[in-house]
Design a protein around this ligand. Structure first.
Ligand SMILES: Nc1ncnc2c1ncn2[C@@H]1O[C@H](COP(=O)(O)OP(=O)(O)OP(=O)(O)O)[C@@H](O)[C@H]1O
Length: 253
């Protein structure tokens, strides 16, 4: 059984059909790219997968359980975390604090634990701290853990968003245009990092416009145009797909 099954998913905004009966599957350990021209409905799809938008129609089954229309925090707890197209960090917090916030979703202190700083509380806090440092080390941000997020270069901010997503213990990480605004060296580093995540067992779904990134890293690709899935396949198949080429050439981007 696939880790994520999306069945006939639609989203209407009044009369506008932003996503129109899209179905796809993602298996454990895959890197999947979702591509398509501007306004195709990709981010709307992510917003439904993560509970930001309610679903007009269709079903999202994660790990065997339907999750459509659950609130975002429940979906994170279930194991789906994301990054955003426009970076959303706590910019006036330090790098490590941004990761600790991500972990908070899975801590189960009661009020008294916090009030009296019990042994359980202190033990868990140390554990969380160590894990946060480990995550930052794996993404190359350990040296900057005490910097304020706002002062990081753009590429580092994107990586910190990914670190925060990982810190929630997610099984699937959704990346919305992770390479946007990165220079070639930064996007090469990002590619390697995403591959490492996959090797560690994470499943990745990525929206990306940079075709060199998409073709290099994806196990499979789904193509959306005007809210509908128009193609799916291996990178080489998608690169030569007539309908996909027409969809891209038909828009001024
Ligand atoms: N909250 C909203 N209210 C109304 N319309 C919306 C809303 N969110 C998205 N849309 C519309 O839905 C359509 C799909 O938008 P979406 O942002 O999902 O496309 P996209 O494929 O992610 O585009 P891009 O590649 O430019 O980010 C667009 O016509 C957009 O204007």
């Amino acid at each position: 059984m696939a880790l994520l099954e999306v069945k006939g998913l639609s989203k209407h905004f009044g009369g506008l059909v932003a996503v129109d009966g899209v179905s796809f599957e993602v298996n454990q350990g895959e890197i999947i790219s979702i591509i398509g021209p501007n306004g195709a409905g990709k981010t709307t799809l992510f917003n439904m997968l993560t509970g930001v938008y309610t679903v007009t129609d269709g079903e999202i089954v994660f790990d065997g359980n339907p999750i459509q229309n659950q609130p975002p925090q429940e979906i994170v707890k279930a194991g789906i975390a994301r990054t955003f197209q426009n970076i959303r960090l706590f910019s006036d917090m330090r790098v490590i604090e941004n990761v600790l916030v991500g972990m908070h979703i899975n801590t189960n202190y009661n009020f008294l634990d916090i009030l009296f700083r019990t042994k359980k509380f202190r033990g868990k806090e140390v554990e969380k701290h160590e894990k946060a440092i480990e995550i930052l080390d794996s993404i190359g941000l350990k040296d900057k853990m005490h910097n304020y997020a706002v002062n990081l270069p753009y590429g580092d901010q994107r990586r910190l968003e990914i670190a925060r997503a990982i810190s929630t213990d997610a099984k699937i990480i959704l990346l919305d245009e992770p390479a946007a605004g990165m220079n070639e060296r930064e996007s090469d580093n990002l590619l390697n990092f995403i591959k490492k995540l996959r090797d560690k067992g994470y499943t990745i779904i990525m929206i990306e416009h940079d075709m060199s990134v998409v073709m290099n890293i994806s196990d499979r690709i789904y193509v959306i145009d005007y809210g509908k899935k128009i193609a799916e396949g291996l990178p080489a198949e998608i690169a030569n797909n007539k309908r996909v080429i027409e969809a891209y050439l038909g828009r001024s981007e």
